[in-house]
Design a protein around this ligand. Structure first.
Ligand code: FMN
Length: 419
């Protein structure tokens, strides 16, 4: 028999402690986002389709991106038990300077298209979090504008070598003069990848108004208000416009870049030089031997070659081949702080986030990027605690198994023979 009594009004009152409603709509929206995927959904609701798809999409069938994300999900962690890690230290030394977290913001072109605050929001959030911010050659905020948004923190500059070399070199000189400490030389873009969503959406730069865009704009008034009431959206460092992003890239990029360009860049750039877009072991070893300061294993977030190697799968082999002292960074597919922890365990010195940052930006400008960083930070800290490590240096390959759904058949067979 259940024992019953009359309801006690005092007990009922205790239950009725309502939270003060959050009146700031942006804050309410962002606080409700617990994962980067949540931010992505908010971003999708608030951003015109063409701009969202330009960010969210990848090349051809988008297999490079889907597989890269899947590879991070196909991680099995191996925690140590009864190893208390009450305080975790997430800071690292990277390329001669500190970062409070093991990730930085990747270079992205045309960032003010996603949300009008663009790079200023990214650089400001990076400054507040103590992590590096990378400005793209195709950025929509000037080198000096980024420096003003992140005056005391670390700024990195991403270089595309263009047909008109002098334009590229001049940008590098300007970034160096503004105190940017690292140059990321992107090498995976001899021609633009086929971004089919952009083609289907008729997306062009500058954006064109069509009947479809106008209908799509109706539920997204704030994006359009920002777009129409803030300075014109254009490349900060290039004058090229007209056509799709792919057509612009093809017109601007030099498909004949080679190791000779590296020598020239070295003359121009006094700081650290990192090659972004490395996709095999041989190139990694060669670049180490050429004396660059580091590499980024990346397939450009799946926006260039589709069915490209999965950077996260390359990582252990590359680390073994280049040794412990060479800086290896990784990007493509990072959506969770646990992805970053897994990458560090398997030998990455540092990681970069592209879309995770842009989803935050589209979801809520500067505060949205702050939210992205906070979500990743808490996921990193929690994963480290649950693994029983208190510093990133304690992470080791034994903490992670990469499940083999997407491993090349030949390699999987060879591994099976050796076990
Ligand atoms: C919208 C967008 C624009 C990008 N623009 C550039 C660029 O101008 N230069 C560059 O080197 N990489 C660019 N990238 C690639 C990123 O630097 C990074 O490699 C990629 O986003 C990492 O994958 P993730 O988005 O899954 O984190 C861009 C990526 C996105 C999503």
């Amino acid at each position: 028999m259940v024992q019953r009594q009359l309801p006690n009004p005092v007990e009922l009152l205790e239950l009725m402690k309502f939270k003060k409603p959050e009146l700031d709509g942006r804050k309410r929206r962002l606080d409700a986002a617990l994962t980067i995927d949540d931010l992505r959904l908010i971003a999708k609701r608030r951003t015109p389709k063409a701009a969202f798809d330009y960010t969210d999409g990848a090349a051809e069938g988008e297999l490079s991106l889907t597989r890269a994300r899947q590879a991070f999900q196909d991680v099995e962690f191996h925690p140590g038990i009864l190893r208390p890690a009450p305080d975790v230290d997430t800071s690292v030394e990277i390329l001669g300077g500190p970062s409070a977290l093991p990730f930085g913001i990747a270079p992205t072109g045309f960032t003010r298209l996603m949300q009008t605050e663009g790079e200023v929001a990214g650089a400001g959030a990076a400054a507040a979090a103590g992590i590096p911010f990378t400005l793209s050659t195709l950025g929509t905020t000037s080198i000096e504008g980024v420096k003003a948004a992140n005056p005391h923190g670390r700024n990195w500059f991403q270089l595309y070598v263009m047909r008109d070399r002098e334009i590229s070199y001049e940008l590098a000189r300007r970034a160096s003069a503004s105190g940017f400490d690292t140059l990321q030389f992107t090498v995976d873009t001899p021609v633009a990848g086929a971004r089919l969503r952009d083609k289907r959406n008729g997306f062009s730069i500058p954006p064109q108004l069509t009947l479809g865009t106008i209908i799509n704009a109706i539920p997204r008034p704030w994006w359009w208000f920002d777009f129409l009431t803030t300075p014109k959206l254009e490349f900060a460092s290039l004058s090229a416009t007209g056509g799709t992003v792919g057509e612009l890239l093809d017109a601007a990029m030099d498909p004949t870049i080679s190791y000779d360009d590296l020598a020239v860049i070295r003359d121009i750039w006094p700081g650290k030089i990192v090659i972004k877009g490395v996709q095999n072991v041989e190139d990694s070893v060669r670049l180490r031997d050429e004396g660059v300061d580091g590499i980024v294993l990346s397939n450009h977030g799946g926006r260039q070659l589709d069915r490209a190697p999965i950077p996260f799968h390359l990582l252990p082999e590359v680390r073994r081949a280049v040794g412990d002292d060479f800086t290896v960074m990784i990007d493509t597919g990072i959506m969770n702080g646990a992805d970053i922890v897994a990458a560090v365990a398997l030998g990455a010195d540092f990681t970069l986030i592209g879309r995770a940052y842009l989803y935050g930006l589209m979801a809520g400008g500067r505060q949205g990027v702050d939210r992205t960083i906070a979500i990743l930070r808490s996921e990193i800290e929690r994963t480290m605690r649950l693994l029983g490590v208190s510093s990133l240096a304690e992470l080791e390959p034994g903490h992670v198994t990469q499940l083999t759904r997407l491993v090349p058949v030949a390699r999987a067979a060879a591994e099976a023979r050796t076990h």
